[in-house]
Design a protein around this ligand. Structure first.
Ligand code: SF4
Ligand code: SF4
Ligand code: SF4
Length: 153
């Protein structure tokens, strides 16, 4: 997944305010949170010199088939069902401290990761901390997965 700095580097960096934001950096933050798209920066869309950057930025946010808006994918063929991601995910722990957050079977459907028949499934991915208004680049699930079965694209 792109970072704010990567996005910023592809913007015109003129702080022209045409997008409604006061700086290109502020626009980059909102672009990462999917509140804006590359099309909302008029100079990027209209000026030939920015065409390459516009194409790159648009490509970063094009949904890949089968991938949710958050970009979270589980390579189920690599998952051993160990459950590390279930207990590591702060959303799971907050939603279900007694169940998923304690290494037990989930007691609510509000969790993101759930092991079903020996393979993890990802649900409620819009609740992922990497997504939405208070975005943080959480890597807890990726870091704890021993088989690198979780990826953000
Ligand atoms: S319209 Fe584009 S160039 Fe102008 S401030 Fe917004 S992001 Fe920056
Ligand atoms: S990135 Fe963090 S919040 Fe998102 S699914 Fe992974 S552990 Fe949970
Ligand atoms: S940590 Fe990785 S291997 Fe373990 S359940 Fe989660 S996705 Fe599967």
């Amino acid at each position: 997944m792109a970072s704010v700095m990567e996005i910023y580097q592809l913007l015109p960096k003129t702080n022209c305010k045409e997008c409604g934001k006061t700086t290109c950096m502020a626009f980059a933050v909102d672009l990462l949170a999917r509140k804006f798209s590359a099309d909302d920066c008029p100079p990027l869309v209209n000026e030939e010199k920015y065409k390459e950057n516009y194409d790159k930025l648009s490509g970063m946010f094009t949904p890949v088939a089968g991938v949710s808006e958050t970009g979270l994918i589980v390579h189920t063929e690599k998952c051993t069902g160990c459950g590390n991601c279930v207990v590591a995910c702060p959303v799971d722990v907050a939603a279900d401290p007694q169940g998923a957050g304690s290494g037990r079977a989930p007691t609510t459907d509000k969790v993101i990761f759930k092991v079903v028949d020996g393979v993890v499934t990802a649900n409620n991915v819009q609740e992922c901390r990497r997504f939405g208004e208070n975005i943080i680049l959480c890597v807890a699930c990726i870091d704890t997965c021993p088989t690198k079965a979780i990826e953000f694209v």
